[in-house]
Design a protein around this ligand. Structure first.
Ligand code: SF4
Length: 166
């Protein structure tokens, strides 16, 4: 299987989720938020095509990382490949954060591929970037409408459980 990424893996990030993380920048996003920080990742046919096995190999060899973060772009536009990556990261004892322009409510009503990705994510940072709600005080997110969601607990309780309440 292949995956289209904006760039290679970025190790040692401390701003894309808790702990020290490796970020995987997915190519492709159709949300087109005003003042998006990464418009070059919008084109679904842009970026670089990687073999999923090569990405897994890089994940297997990671050292001193708390987990991986799926970002972009929006990983939910390549949900099947992103699910494979998330599952493999868990096999390697790495937790999985995922950034998306979709809301949690949209994803639990979405197609099977998107729902499957959601189920394989530990923490979801959801919602489009809203420039009028931009805040530098927001932990790990760009605007105050975005939420940091504990996905397993939210699924279990049938309601949104936030990881941070700031
Ligand atoms: S969801 Fe993220 S990558 Fe997509 S347009 Fe909005 S800010 Fe940009």
């Amino acid at each position: 299987m292949e995956v289209r990424l904006a760039s290679g893996l970025q190790k040692d990030s401390i701003v894309d989720g808790s702990g020290i993380r490796t970020v995987i920048w997915f190519q492709g996003c159709l949300h087109h938020c005003y003042m998006c920080h990464n418009p070059e990742t919008w084109d679904l046919n842009g970026g670089i095509v990687f073999d999923l096995d090569d990405i897994k190999e890089e994940i297997k060899n990671l050292k001193y990382q708390s987990g991986i973060t799926l970002s972009g772009g929006d990983p939910f536009f390549q949900a099947e490949s992103a699910t494979e990556i998330a599952k493999y990261a868990h096999e390697c004892n790495l937790n999985v954060w995922c950034y998306t322009g979709f809301t949690y409510e949209e994803l639990i009503e979405a197609d099977d591929d998107k729902k499957n990705l959601l189920k394989n994510v530990d923490v979801l940072v959801d919602g489009r970037f809203e420039n009028e709600k931009k805040s530098l005080a927001c932990k790990f997110r760009g605007s105050t409408n975005q939420r940091i969601i504990d996905v397993p607990k939210s699924i279990e309780q049938g309601d949104i459980v936030l990881l941070y309440e700031d």
